[in-house]
Structures are given as structure tokens and as C-alpha cells.
Design a binder for this molecule. Structure first.
Ligand SMILES: Cc1cc2nc3c(=O)[nH]c(=O)nc-3n(C[C@H](O)[C@H](O)[C@H](O)COP(=O)(O)OP(=O)(O)OC[C@H]3O[C@@H](n4cnc5c(N)ncnc54)[C@H](O)[C@@H]3O)c2cc1C
Length: 252
């Protein structure tokens, strides 16, 4: 698939380190699907679709830094939508997002609410300045916020938000965030792993299932093509949450 040229029509600053870019292209996407975003002359990186015509980017390194230098009217190359996306199942669902992992979950929550599904969201962030899409989640249902520094909501990690909920009440649990957070949550949902859908955040190099950089031992699950959404029970007994591979293929 050759990249399409996506012209930036709007840039919204969500926090000092997170921006949403809207494009002149609308993607026919399932929430949870992603784009391989080609930042010309720099790199091609995976980004979840956060709006039907947009992505939400946290500045962490070279490619995301270069995206922050772009202006309205500039363009990026995009391949996608790629991957499977979340399967919307049941009548009552729980979304748990960590940091910018809120991006695909906001789209999922909106689609679920439109279909009459009851939505509860836990958003785990470092501090109140990192909160994104509050209105979108509150518009979809109930929102529980946890902060590492206690500046908003419940003080603690995202898992602290589980203390006020009964997981048995939910038909599906959707996770998106840093791998240690998701591994911790899956560990706390003993016996319910089959109703967890986790969006895997690994180093995606090709997005085609060829290079193996995102693969999960021992089965060799390739999240770029078999995911990025993988069911929790499939992650049990794997390397998930223990190590992953960097750009060179080395474990880290
Ligand atoms: C399916 C999928 C969807 C994603 N969706 C989003 C999204 O919606 N918004 C968003 O901001 N980011 C998202 N990411 C993460 C994003 O792809 C990385 O942050 C990006 O590739 C970093 O590129 P860089 O060149 O700026 O950073 P680099 O210069 O490559 O790295 C800078 C630092 O970030 C770390 N890093 C690099 N890649 C990742 C990664 N995948 N996860 C965590 N840390 C990483 C490196 O270890 C390093 O410390 C997604 C990742 C995947 C796999």
C-alpha cells in the first residue's frame, strides 16, 4: 500500500506535549485501527486514529518531534487504516486508558455511546496537565480519573480506579496505554482475560507483519497485522509486560 498524502487542516494543542492533527482525508476506520504515518525525511511511525479524520500525537522523540514542527497546510504520508481495531461487544463496557492511550478509546467510547452501550472510562495520567479528551469521555458515559501525583481524581495508577468498580459488571474491558500498565491490569482481572481487548503499543517498523520487531514471544504474535488489538487470554504466558524489542531487534 503506497502512502496517501494527508494535508493538515487543523492543529489542536491538547496539552503542552500532545497535539491533535486533523487532515483533509476521512478514514473509514474501526476504533483502534492505526495509520503508519510517514514523516518525510525522518521516519514512519504508527499512530492510532483518534477522530475519523485525525490523530493525536505525544511528542516523545525524533518523528513525533518533527510532527510538532508541522503547520496547517503541511502534509504527512499515511498508510491505512491498518490492523483489526476493537470489537464492540456487549451492553456495558469499561475503557481503561493510560496517557495518550486515551486517543483510540475516545473514538471507541463515542461509537459505543451512539449504539446505546453503557460506557465507563478510567483514565490514568501522571498529573492533571496530562488529561486529554475529558469532554469526549464524559459525553460517552462515566469517567474516573487517576493521577500519579494526586493532582486530580484518585491518587495512584490506573489500577487504583478499579477499586470503585466491579469488573464482573462489564461485558468487555478495553485497554490502551503503556505495556506495564496493561500487563498489570490483565494480572488483576484473573479469570476474565477473555473479555479484555488490549491495544498493543510496541515498536512497529513495517506495519506489514514482515520485520518481526513488534512480535510477542513465544508464539510470535505480530501485533501490527494480528492486532494492534489482542485478547487478554492470548497474552497470558507470553513475554507481554516483561520485555519487548527495540529498533535493532534487541530485547529491552
Ligand atoms: C498501534 C500503535 C498506535 C499508537 N498510537 C499512538 C497515538 O495515537 N499517539 C501517540 O502519541 N503515540 C502512539 N503510538 C506510539 C508512537 O508510535 C511512538 O511514540 C512513536 O513511534 C515514537 O516515535 P519517535 O521517533 O518520536 O520516538 P523515538 O525517537 O523512536 O523514541 C523516543 C522515545 O520514545 C520511546 N518510544 C518509541 N516508540 C515507542 C512506542 N511505540 N511506545 C512507547 N514508547 C516508545 C523510545 O523508547 C524512546 O525512549 C502508537 C504505537 C502503536 C504501536
Amino acid at each position: 500500500m503506497r502512502p496517501k498524502d494527508a494535508v493538515i487542516t487543523e492543529i489542536v494543542s491538547e496539552t503542552p506535549s500532545v497535539r491533535t492533527l486533523r487532515f483533509d482525508i476521512t478514514f473509514d476506520a474501526v476504533p483502534g485501527q492505526y495509520l503508519m504515518v510517514w514523516v518525510r525525511g525522518v521516519d514512519e511511525i504508527p499512530m492510532s486514529i483518534s477522530y475519523s479524520n485525525g490523530i493525536t500525537v505525544q511528542k516523545v522523540g525524533e518523528a513525533t518531534g518533527a510532527i510538532f514542527d508541522l503547520k496547517v497546510g503541511d502534509s504527512l504520508g499515511v498508510r491505512g487504516p491498518l490492523g483489526n481495531g476493537f470489537a464492540l461487544l456487549g451492553e456495558r463496557i469499561l475503557l481503561v486508558g493510560g496517557g495518550v492511550g486515551a486517543a483510540p478509546l475516545a473514538l471507541l467510547g463515542e461509537e459505543a455511546a451512539e449504539k446505546g452501550i453503557e460506557v465507563t472510562t478510567i483514565l490514568g495520567i501522571r498529573g492533571c496537565d496530562d488529561l486529554i479528551f475529558r469532554e469526549r469521555f464524559e459525553g460517552a458515559g462515566d469517567l474516573v480519573i487517576t493521577t500519579d501525583d494526586g493532582s486530580m481524581g484518585i491518587c495512584g495508577r490506573a489500577s487504583a480506579g478499579l477499586s470503585c468498580l466491579d469488573l464482573e459488571d462489564y461485558d468487555q474491558i478495553y485497554l490502551c496505554g503503556p505495556e506495564p500498565m496493561m500487563a498489570d491490569l490483565i494480572g488483576r482481572c484473573g479469570g476474565m482475560e477473555a473479555k479484555i481487548q488490549a491495544s498493543i503499543d510496541r515498536y512497529f517498523k513495517c506495519g506489514l507483519g514482515i520485520c518481526g520487531s513488534c512480535s510477542i514471544d513465544p508464539e510470535g504474535i505480530r501485533p501490527c497485522v494480528e492486532g494492534p488489538v489482542i485478547r487478554g487470554d492470548r497474552l497470558l504466558g507470553t513475554e507481554f509486560g516483561r520485555y519487548k524489542r527495540g529498533p535493532s531487534g534487541r530485547k529491552r
